[in-house]
Design a protein around this ligand. Structure first.
Ligand code: RVP
Length: 505
């Protein structure tokens, strides 16, 4: 006979937190949002990988590329670069994050000496930069021959076909610094010589990067940034349970700090085999999360298989229609509460604490507080991050309002893209996600500052200065039963209703 869960499955919207006593020293500025990312023997050792804020960005092409990863790591969270692309492209994205040095900019508008003033004007219009390096081959890392800034030309007096070589500031007149120069020293040079930018060159006089005057203070204002032992930004990467024997080594070589098996349903032998393969080849040196699951049984299966963290959530994502198409899933709050209990039980039995991540269905900022209060160690968000400047998707005007495109990994759009990039065969399939718009919301930094302040304020209302204390002290109350809302596409404007409707009814 089939098994029935006694209680209806519930969403975050059906819960509220009841405030606890707030001691006088419990203020947002004193709150720490540090949280474990991977399993460890709690009480006996330090967690080898912790997040400085409990937010990670979803393994989705519309959300997590290298630009998002740098922006989020700067604020203390972590991105998982999307896996629905070729192994080479994904590894290149990871490598770009690891190579990124705050303040050291690789120019995207570069000139060669044969180019003309017309090219300068065109590049200026395209990229908006007023400083363009001139290299022998016109590439970002070619031999440095000079620099063109707005001070080098006057459109009213010069002909558009004048050659860059004739009006650039040539190499011999430039102040440069050698590769390996610290940002602090680079900035001292900038100030001493009254420069606007400083080219960094290697031993062969090839351009490595540019440092601009304005970037100096960025490190100081990001106290939470996620850095590895070599002071490089940290980044995660999504993998699948098919091509891991090729993809994992490429991502590890590129410098990925943690991997995650990306699947809408994780309680499977495929995930176990993937984790086993990683353990056989890398032992515990490579950290790997698994998921998604929505109950205690699924959690225990993945914990016993050796997952470093377990992700929770089926069908709660804003662009996800898995519950409607396949009839599987569970309200995100109920799933989180049950898995958190299973995690604690597993810890009591084994001494190993396996962090859990609540993935999908975060609509309001306060849902993050609820997920953590229910026991999640961190949350994964797609829609939230897709709205920002840093997401890879296009910003478009829809009915007079700026929107960003946001599509599910199970949508026709993602499947098409994956098929083209990977050369896979077209097989019979159906959609589990939609293509949508989300309202454009500006920069990640500004939005996260508000979100995290709200989280810290809520924690203080509950008398908690750390996430474990919050989980311990939180008092949750049910408010209603509206979980049905979470099951369909929600909080997005559907671009095309027809295929969605025909796919689900
Ligand atoms: P949300 O933050 O509510 O937008 O949800 C993001 C999550 O939705 C992802 O991390 C993933 O688990 C899930 N997802 C991604 N694509 C799809 C789909 O096409 N069904 N679902």
């Amino acid at each position: 006979m089939a098994f029935y869960f006694d209680e209806p499955s519930r969403t975050f919207n059906e819960y509220l937190l009841v405030p606890g006593h707030t001691p006088a020293d419990c203020v947002p500025a004193a709150v720490s949002l540090k949280t474990p990312l991977v399993k460890y023997r709690k009480g006996q050792e330090e967690c080898p990988l912790t997040l400085n804020v409990p937010m990670v960005s979803a393994i989705m092409a519309a959300v997590s590329d290298d630009k998002m990863a740098v922006a989020l790591a700067t604020e203390g969270g972590l991105s998982f670069i999307y896996g629905n692309q070729s192994i080479e492209d994904e590894a290149a994205m990871v490598a770009r994050v690891k190579d990124y040095k705050a303040g050291f900019v690789t120019s995207d508008a570069n000139l060669s000496p044969e180019m003309t003033l017309a090219d300068v004007v065109e590049l200026h219009e395209k990229f908006g930069h007023s400083t363009m390096p001139v290299t022998a081959d016109g590439s970002a890392h070619g031999k440095l021959l000079g620099i063109v800034t707005e001070r080098d030309y006057r459109l009213s007096r010069m002909s558009l076909d004048e050659r860059v070589a004739d009006f650039m500031t040539p190499r011999e007149k430039l102040v440069v610094a050698q590769d390996g120069t610290t940002l602090k020293v680079a900035n001292d040079i900038i100030w001493d010589h009254k420069l606007n930018s400083l080219p960094i060159v290697d031993a062969n006089d090839c351009l490595v990067a540019l440092v601009f005057r304005k970037d100096y203070d960025s490190h100081k204002s990001n106290p939470d940034e996620m850095l590895d032992a070599h002071k490089r930004y940290m980044v995660g990467a999504g993998i699948n349970s098919r091509d891991y024997a090729e993809r994992v080594p490429a991502l590890v070589n590129a410098g990925a700090d943690v991997l995650c098996i990306d699947s809408s349903e994780g309680y499977s032998d495929w995930q176990k085999l993937t984790i086993q393969w990683v353990r056989e080849h890398y032992g515990d040196a490579v950290k790997i999360g698994a998921g998604n699951v929505v109950d205690a049984e699924g959690f225990r299966f993945l914990a016993e298989a050796g997952a470093d963290f377990v992700k929770i959530g089926i069908g709660g994502g804003s662009i996800c229609i898995t519950r409607e198409t396949k009839g599987i899933g569970r309200g995100q709050a109920t799933a989180t509460i049950e898995v958190a209990k299973a995690r604690d039980e597993y810890f009591r039995e084994t001494g190993i604490y396996v962090p859990i991540c609540s993935d999908g269905g975060i609509v309001y900022d306060h849902h993050i507080s609820l997920a953590l209060a229910m026991g999640a160690d961190f949350v994964m968000l797609g829609r939230y991050f897709a709205r920002f400047d840093e997401s890879p998707s296009a910003k478009v005007m829809v009915n007079g309002t700026y929107m960003k495109e946001y599509w599910g990994e199970g949508s026709a759009r993602a499947r098409n893209w994956g098929r083209y990039d990977l050369g896979g065969k077209k097989s019979l399939s159906f959609e589990e996600g939609v293509d949508s718009y989300v309202p454009y919301a500006g920069s990640l930094k500004d939005n996260m500052a508000i979100t995290l302040l709200k989280l810290k304020s809520t924690m203080c209302n509950c008398g908690a200065l750390t996430i474990p204390e919050f989980q311990d002290k939180a008092k949750l109350t049910l408010v209603s039963a509206t979980s049905i809302v979470e099951g369909g596409a929600h909080d997005v404007l559907l671009k095309d209703k027809a295929p969605y409707a025909s796919n689900t009814r």
